[in-house]
Design a protein around this ligand. Sequence first.
Ligand code: C2E
Ligand code: CA
Ligand code: CA
Ligand code: CA
Length: 279
Amino acid sequence: AKNRGGNTYQFFNESMNKNAVRRLQVENQLRQSLRNNYLQVHYQPKVSLRTNTFVGLEALVRLEIPGTGIVSPAEFIPLAEETGLIIDVGERVLRQTCRDMREWVAAGAVQGRVAVNLSAKQFLQPDLTKRIMAILNEEGLAAEHLELEITEGVVMDDPERAIEIMTELNNCGIHLALDDFGTGYSSLAYLKRFPIQTLKIDKAFIDDINGAERDRNMVASIVAMAHNLGLDVVAEGVVDHAQASTLSNLNCEFAQGFLFAEPLRREHFLAHIATTLAS
Ligand code: C2E
Ligand code: CA
Ligand code: CA
Ligand code: CA
C-alpha cells in the first residue's frame, strides 16, 4: 500500500492510528473493569431440538462499565489474551459461573452442565486442572456440572500436549467441547484422539443451511461423523424455526441461538427458562 501514492499511505497510517487508540482505550477499560469488578457473566441456554427442552447453558463474559455501556468479548478477549490479563478474566468468569450454577442447581432450577470458554493462554497455563478444581471446590460446584469449550486453534497448536491436558480434565469429571468447529484447521486424525464429548458447529455453517445445499451437506457430514465418534453435536447461532427443523432432520440434537434466547443476565436467566423453555 505504501508505494501507491500519498493518499493511500495517509489513510493506512490514520486507520492504524485509530486502531492503536481504540486498543489502548479497551485495554484501559479492561484494567479498570478488573479493579472495579465490572465483569459480568451472561448465560445462553442450550436446548434439545428433539424434546424442545432446556438442557444446559453457556457462560459469556461482558464488560459493563457504568456510564459507558457494554463492551463485547469479541473486542476485549483477544486483547486480554495478548496482555496476559486473560488469566485474571478467566478465573473471575469461572468463579462467578460456578457460584451462579451452584445456586441454580441447589434450587433445583437447572440441571446439566454450564459451559465456560477457555482461550489459548488459559488452556496452556501450568496447573490448569488444579486451579479449576480449586475454584469448583471453593464455590461448591461438582465437576459434573462443568464443561469447558476450546477452539481448534487452541488444541492444534500442540495436539499432543493438548491431549494430555484434556485427559487430565476429563479424569476429574469435566466435559470438553470443541468450539467453532469447521472454522479452524483440525486434522481428523487428531479429532478421533481428542478426549472430547461435544462438537459445536460454527454459526457460519448454520446461517445458510436452508439456502445452500453445500452448507446443508456439510452439516449433515459433520453430524454423522461426530455421532460415529460418539460425540454430541451442538449447532450455534440458530435464528429461525426453519433452521431448527432442518438441523433436527439432520439428527443434530442440540442447539443454541437467538431463536431460543440471547445470552441473559444472571438475574433474568431463571425467569426466562421457566417461562419459555420447559426442562
Ligand atoms: P463463542 O464462544 O463462539 O460464543 C458464541 C457467540 O455467538 C456469543 O457472542 C453469542 O452471544 C453469539 N450468539 C449466540 N447465538 C447467536 C445467534 O443466534 N446469532 C448471533 N448473531 N450471535 C449469536 P459473544 O458473547 O459476543 O462472544 C463472542 C466470543 O467471545 C465467544 O464466541 C468466545 O470466543 C469469546 N468469549 C466470550 N466469553 C468468553 C469467556 O468468558 N472467556 C473466553 N476466553 N472467551 C470468551
Ligand atoms: Ca463458545
Ligand atoms: Ca462458538
Ligand atoms: Ca465463535
